[in-house]
Design a binder for this molecule. Structure first.
Ligand code: ATP
Ligand code: MG
Length: 242
């Protein structure tokens, strides 16, 4: 097994449209299974995009497997795959097979190899019959699954998952979970459901664009859940308006 993919974040600030979304984040992550939790709007998806190198920090650095992926897109194609929270942001092609094959072609495989690779991943999910299906005929959850299969087909060293189970039914979720458990690469998994992160090595709790706590999964999850429970009791959603 390859060693976990190291993520090194130093003094990271990120602003968009004059709004500071993340501030003063310094983290060294060197575990195979890392979870990210935090309230709506705390900056989780933004951090995921920065780790994947899709956007560059306003200041500070993000390095994954010792590379600045926002500057080195070629390295990024093998190092990291990201599943967006919204599948509509990811899909480019009309059919499932083309969508999955595209990433493999981007990695330098021939058209024929990419097609075989797409068929392999569909078969692994027992969905071989989806190869020529039109994506616009699929449900939201099914589209989400297509995006997930497209990133796992590329076998990145680090898989960044932004709420991968949203909209999936229980059997599909269970199947995906089984698959993720045996995924050889590293996972950075954003979730609102604590049970998704059971057995993970490390957890990062983001709050209002900063790191509230980062450490062993059990410790951080217990503190996070207690805080969420207390905030829920207060029944105040004013924070969401910020
Ligand atoms: N492109 C953008 N333009 C303006 N504001 C943005 C942009 N991207 C993110 N933000 C703001 O940054 C904050 C964090 O957003 P982000 O999507 O990272 O949160 P999140 O933790 O993923 O939330 P959720 O749990 O709802 O998915 C939000 O207040 C959001 O409005
Ligand atoms: Mg999000």
């Amino acid at each position: 097994m390859t060693p976990p993919c190291r993520i090194e974040i130093q003094d990271l600030d990120f602003s968009v449209e004059g709004k500071q979304v993340l501030q003063s984040i310094t983290l060294t992550l060197r575990d195979r299974r890392i979870g990210i939790v935090g309230r709506n709007g705390s900056g989780k998806s933004t951090l995921a995009r920065l780790v994947a190198g899709l956007v560059a920090p306003t200041s500070g650095t993000v390095r994954v497997a010792d590379k600045d992926l926002s500057r080195d897109r070629r390295a990024a194609l093998h190092a990291v795959g990201i599943l967006f929270q919204n599948p509509e942001h990811q899909i480019i092609f009309p059919t499932v097979g083309e969508e999955i094959a595209f990433g493999l072609e981007q990695q330098g495989r021939s058209k024929a190899e990419a097609k075989t690779g797409a068929a392999d991943v569909l078969n692994r999910f027992e969905l071989g019959h989806w190869m020529d299906a039109y994506i616009n005929t699929l449900s939201q959850g099914q589209k989400h699954l297509v995006c997930l299969m497209a990133v796992v087909a590329m076998q990145p060293r680090l898989l960044v998952l932004d709420e991968p189970f949203a909209g999936l039914d229980i059997p599909t979720r269970a199947q995906l979970n089984r698959y993720l458990q045996v995924y050889e690469g590293s996972l950075l998994h954003i979730s609102h459901d604590p049970s998704d992160l059971d057995g993970y090595d490390h957890l990062v709790w983001l709050d209002q664009g900063g790191v509230q706590l980062s450490g062993p999964q059990e410790t951080v999850m217990a503190a996070y859940q207690e805080a969420m429970h207390n905030q829920g009791e207060a029944n105040d959603l004013a924070d969401l308006a910020g």
